[in-house]
Design a protein around this ligand. Sequence first.
Ligand code: LP5
Ligand code: MN
Length: 253
Amino acid sequence: MTTWIISDLHLCAQRPAVTQAFLHWLHTEVTTADALYILGDFVEVWVGDDILSDPQHGAEFVPIVQALRALSERDVQLYLMHGNRDFLIGEHFARACGLQLLPDPTLLTFGSTRVLLSHGDALCTDDVAYQQFRAQVRSSQWQQAFLAQPLSARLAFAEQARSQSAENKSKYGMDIMDVNSAAVTTLLREYDYPEVLLHGHTHRPGRHPLTVDGHQCERVVLGDWHDTAVVANINHTSCELQTLTLSNTIPSR
Ligand code: LP5
Ligand code: MN
């Protein structure tokens, strides 16, 4: 029994090597797995599922959708949780890929180990400007109004949001962009102290043991996909972080 958990691939046409490495990894390692969980920021930006049928902007996603669909047809269970870049991924995309959308957070059980999955952005409560933005764009009213706009307008908004976000990040300290420990404690308490909290978003992979109300828990953080990717592999006995070297994963031509 093997389950892979990944996040923060930020797939986009500008970084074709990452997409290729991901596709190769799917075709090799993941074909024999039981399940693959993608914990958000799968793509760099997602402005609506109708992008799939856009001749210009949809093409980059065709091989990704096909590869996921092929895995789901081989009975690999596929799951996707929204991140702050792709919270507009909807049921149309999910069906095309043969995957199931998951709420954030989602609790899984592997043997005697409970693993709470989250993207991680909701835990960054010191980042007040981001939490305000998040509350706005996660409301169904905002999403309906946004999705009603033409694709070109949505892409332009996304580009503006990206550059504003990059500017903000260069202005504010890195500290406010990590998870808030009180928010982590509250979440673990709410879910009855799962042994593991697994998330991405911060791009600071690592393992952080912590004690909450006398219960031993661990916060495990996935990495983003650049030259390397830090992913989690769970089987009956353990939850391991593994570093994939993406340059080795890209098939030579
Ligand atoms: O993503 P990253 O790592 O740069 O930073 C995140 C937070 N920023 C975001 C914003 C996204 O990067 C961009 C949106 C993705 C596209 C989604 C679909 C379309 C939506 C269109 C919206 C109008 O998530 C950043 C955090 C950081 O993580 C660390 O946790 O700090 O948050 C911010 O920078 C807070 C800002 O307040 C975000 C504000 C961007 C809003 C700009 C609106 C511009 C629209 C123009 C309207 C006229
Ligand atoms: Mn994120």
